[in-house]
Ligand binder design. Structure first.
Ligand SMILES: O=C(CO)COP(=O)(O)O
Length: 248
């Protein structure tokens, strides 16, 4: 593992104002942990949550769940990397499967968004992952290589960023890949990056998909897993704090 682990909570479209107190309860566990902790609330909560955590002296990093590739303009409903940064973000999730599949986002667009994030110094968390059909058809390696090739712009050289391997069939389903499947994906990502960037990048490679308090410690022992991207189990401090504790 190149760095201390990154434990990230993606709240997706969950959370009203009260969720700020949940973040402060997560901060209590984060203070006991040597891991880097990040929370990705919905855009409506980003500023409030970033501010509350900063006022509490927290080291939790906040982030957006997506961004537009342009800085500003006539893009109704979109939020730019500049706006996320202005709201207190230090990171942004890009290419999540719920964007790729739910909003038809192609890899080329993800790559443009990554440039947007780099423009303002946000650390991108770039998600990749195969569907169940693709895995059953034996296409996992081809899909992951294609997503890496087309979603990662050359400009990532020398930059801080993260790659999250989230098999689509493991997201929100309770189905966890086998240890071998996770390690296989980690090896693929590392060798892809090595071949293309020749040691000029050292991202955390995260695993995401049905991470729970009971499987987090084990997942973190798997070769190459540099952290976890957690959905449902990051919404309640009671659960997420156990995952943070598992990271040590
Ligand atoms: O999509 C995810 C995180 O980005 C994973 O979600 P779950 O942890 O709810 O499976």
């Amino acid at each position: 593992m190149p760095h201390i682990p990154l434990i990230a909570g993606n709240w997706k479209m969950h959370g009203l104002s009260q969720a700020v107190s949940e973040a402060l309860a997560i901060d209590a566990a984060a203070r006991q942990s040597s891991a880097r902790i990040a929370l990705f609330p919905p855009a409506t909560l980003l500023h409030r949550l970033s501010q509350a955590l900063a006022e509490a002296g927290s080291s939790i990093i906040t982030g957006g769940q997506d961004c537009h590739c342009e800085a500003d303009g006539a893009f109704t409903g979109d939020v730019s990397a500049e706006m996320l940064k202005d709201a207190g973000a230090g990171m942004v999730i890009l290419g999540h499967s719920e964007r790729r599949h739910g909003h038809g986002e192609p890899c080329a667009l993800v790559a443009k968004k990554v440039l947007g994030a780099l423009r303002v110094g946000l650390e991108p968390v770039i998600c990749i992952g195969e569907t169940l059909e693709e895995r059953l058809a034996g296409e996992t390696h081809a899909v992951l290589n294609r997503q890496l090739r087309a979603s990662l712009p050359e400009e990532l050289t020398g930059q801080v960023f993260h790659v999250a391997y989230e098999p689509v069939w493991a997201i929100g389903t309770g189905h966890i890949p086998t240890d071998e499947q996770v390690v296989d994906a980690m090896v693929l990502v590392k060798s892809y990056l090595e071949e293309r960037f020749h040691g000029q990048v050292t991202p955390h490679v995260l695993y995401g998909g049905s991470v729970k308090p009971d499987n987090a410690a084990h997942l973190l022992t798997l070769d190459g897993v540099g952290g976890l991207l957690v959905g449902g189990a990051s919404l309640k401090a009671a659960d997420f704090n156990r995952i943070i504790a598992a990271a040590g």
